[in-house]
Design a protein around this ligand. Structure first.
Ligand code: SF4
Length: 439
């Protein structure tokens, strides 16, 4: 049966948000009877979902398009880099079509003209949870598109536009379907989760005969009803973030916040045009920890932003030492085509940027290692991601998939992905925990 269907290869690059777009396109392709195949050879055409956030990602996306053209020849480009079609056309004039992010209809019409669909009623039967690229037991829940901020180093608003929130009932229904389909962990993503709903005036909707506003706290209250893990990403430290602390303290959502601080010097943050106020941040972090002692705080930072002085970099290190964040990612600043920050004076020399990144990571490595060490001897609940002959790999409330550490369970060979178990932590390094399953 599948021999008669049109075959599509799919390459998905970029961030978790792009992954959600890929999942939607794949679901639509399946619904229309296309078969998704894992190799260029077997495919009649290839869709490449690109990323254009930083220059390295642009290059990776261009390389992927080049490879797909070389190996297959029929290539449709979508995703963030699609907004810069002239760049793609210049490098690869032979691509069949270029569409932008979240433009599912255009991707599908490009696929239709390259490979007219041969409908197969049997393939129309598809679980209503859609096709997920992430393992079945966790799923990304995208609550909005676009962003109202204009951070000077970022071109996402010019690519994706202003914030457009999905009404809360729509999000809760999707979450409900995912949980029915076996998902045990929901990862809430957007460009700015704290701003959720502001564009639709926190519209009130009803779900399970109860009324909810389209707002971060109310969304969390709804998700808590589903009885699975809920993890919040890309939260900006606005005052109303304090409202979710009681939900974390009661175990309704995971005690985990991913807050991209990016810097700690007020002058640099101003140059970055970042939302939020850093002055009160340390105080607020302390308050959160008082209410939710186990809270895990993850953040990302940029070092070597144009004009960053030695003193401002020291300010950043001081913040790091004081805030004692659990998980930290850092990048050296790199200019992105079209970003306002490119016009700023006093670029930091490349060597100095690298040197600062190294210092920054060394300070954080010590903090992370010390924090993980404090977990030795404790019993924690983990969600199993995979099991092999060497044991199982799982994650605790402190570990988001792909970006944080893991918990390795030496005697976990028989565990199944998606299972929750209790383990005792035996040792730790600066990223991961090593634990034993309690029988
Ligand atoms: S908050 Fe800033 S960095 Fe994040 S998407 Fe919006 S403009 Fe870009």
């Amino acid at each position: 049966m599948s021999n008669s269907s049109q075959k599509i290869g799919f390459v998905s690059l970029g961030c978790p948000k792009a992954l959600v777009d890929s999942e939607r396109i794949l679901t639509q392709l399946k619904v229309e009877g296309y078969e998704i195949v894992p190799s260029y050879d077997a495919a009649d055409a290839v869709v490449v979902n690109t990323c254009g956030f930083i220059d390295a990602a642009v290059q990776e996306s261009l390389d992927a398009i080049g490879e797909a053209l070389h190996e297959n020849g029929k290539v449709i480009v979508t995703g963030c880099l699609g907004k810069r079609s002239e760049l793609i056309r210049e490098a690869y004039p032979d691509v069949l079509a270029i569409t932008g992010p979240q433009d599912y209809a255009s991707v599908m019409s490009a696929v239709h003209s390259a490979l007219p669909p041969k409908r197969n009623p049997l393939l129309d039967i598809i679980p209503d949870t859609g096709i997920k690229l992430t393992p079945k037991h966790y799923a990304y829940l995208k609550i909005s598109e676009g962003c109202n901020h204009r951070c000077s180093f970022c071109i996402i608003p010019s690519m994706r536009g202003d914030l457009v929130s999905r009404p809360v009932d729509e999000v809760l229904l999707e979450a409900e379907r995912l949980v029915k389909g076996g998902v045990k962990e929901l990862l809430v993503i957007s460009q700015d989760t704290s701003a959720y709903g502001v564009d639709i005036k926190y519209a009130e909707r009803s779900w399970r005969e109860k009324s909810y506003r389209t707002r971060m706290t109310e969304l969390c209250e709804g998700l808590a009803e589903l009885g699975v893990w809920t993890r919040l990403h890309y939260v900006y430290p606005y005052p109303h973030v304090d409202e979710v602390m009681p939900l974390m303290a009661e175990g309704k959502i995971l005690p985990y916040l991913d807050i991209p601080f990016q810097h700690a010097s007020p002058r640099i943050l101003k140059l970055m045009k970042r939302p939020g106020n850093i002055d009160k941040t340390l105080e607020r972090i302390q308050n959160w920890r008082k209410q939710v002692p186990d809270i895990t705080l993850r953040s990302t930072f940029i070092v070597g932003f144009p004009g960053e002085t030695d003193a401002e970099f020291e300010e950043l290190l001081d913040f790091l030492r004081e805030a004692e964040l659990d998980r930290v990612g850092a990048f050296t600043y790199s200019p992105v085509d079209g970003a306002k920050a490119n016009e700023l004076p006093d670029p930091v020399p490349e060597e100095l940027k690298e040197d600062r990144l190294e210092q920054f990571m060394a300070v954080q490595a010590e903090i992370s290692a010390a924090k993980l060490k404090r977990k030795i001897g404790r019993t924690i609940k983990v969600l199993v991601d995979e099991a092999t002959a060497e044991g199982a790999i799982a994650r605790s409330s402190a570990d988001a998939p792909e970006i944080d550490g893991v918990v390795r369970i030496a005697n976990g060979q028989k565990l199944k992905p998606g299972q929750f178990v209790d383990v005792v932590v035996g040792s730790a390094d600066e990223h991961d925990l090593y634990a034993t399953l309690i029988s």
